[in-house]
Design a protein around this ligand. Structure first.
Ligand code: GRF
Length: 231
């Protein structure tokens, strides 16, 4: 904000609080990590609203306990995917979010929805994209004898888990791992990388123009920025 000659601050110069809306379906541990970062002033915006498509999602309780507004839009009440997405988009539009974060939101979104929020829609996926889009990522990595697994934050496009990666973290696959032990190791890095990627978006460090994702003006590789590299 810029002080005026009289010493007061011109209203139009006050920084505008950036709005984030979260979408989730389940326990909400990634949402919790975003909330922690927000409380510490590390997210570059406020989470205004959390929407779940499932009753009883743990993430709704987390939001409620933190005093964040919640909404339930139960997909089971809609005859079609299109009808659900239209209502969801309407609620989102009423908040003009600068970012919509998918935090364990287990619904495929329609092309119209994705188009409407293009460049403002981030997701976290538990694999080293472009490997293992879709479900059961950890078991598939184990079955293939991979030496590493990981997580990727990416912008959402019409292709399932196919939008440009922003930030990716790797973890080793240890002897004796099963899908549960591996998921836990991956989840720990998910909680680290998601708030960082969100902050990059909120502070304008990411641009997605004509399908090319840049951070600080430099095109990112197909795997996104690697967590192991300096941020
Ligand atoms: C995470 O593994 C995330 O990568 C995937 O769904 C899971 C959500 O877990 N998209 P939580 O609800 O954030 O704990």
């Amino acid at each position: 904000a810029v002080a005026t000659a009289s010493g007061s601050t011109a209203a139009e110069d006050l920084p505008v609080t950036q709005r984030i809306v979260g979408l989730l379906s389940g326990r909400g541990s990634n949402f919790q990590s975003l909330l922690n970062a927000s409380a510490a002033g590390l997210l570059g915006g406020n989470i205004d609203l959390v929407i779940s498509n499932r009753t009883g999602a743990g993430g709704l309780n987390i939001a409620h306990d933190a005093g964040i507004e919640t909404a339930l839009i139960d997909h089971q009440n809609y005859p079609t995917r299109e009808a659900f997405d239209r209502d969801l988009a309407g609620v989102l539009d009423s908040r003009s979010p600068d970012l919509v974060v998918l935090a364990g939101f287990m619904r495929i979104l329609t092309a119209d929805f994705v188009e409407r929020f293009a460049g403002r829609l981030l997701n976290i996926h538990p694999s080293l994209l472009p490997l293992y889009a879709g479900l059961n990522t950890h078991q598939r990595a184990l079955d293939n004898g991979d030496t590493h697994a990981g997580a990727t934050v990416h912008y959402v496009t019409g292709e399932l888990d196919g939008g440009p990666p922003v930030l990716q973290a790797r973890v080793p696959i240890e002897p004796g791992d099963d899908a549960h032990t591996l998921a836990a190791r991956v989840l720990a890095v998910e909680h680290q990388i998601y708030p960082v990627a969100v902050k990059w978006h909120m502070t304008g460090r990411l641009t997605l123009i004509d399908g090319t994702l840049r951070k600080d003006g430099v095109a990112l590789p197909a795997t996104g920025h690697l967590w192991e590299e300096p941020l």
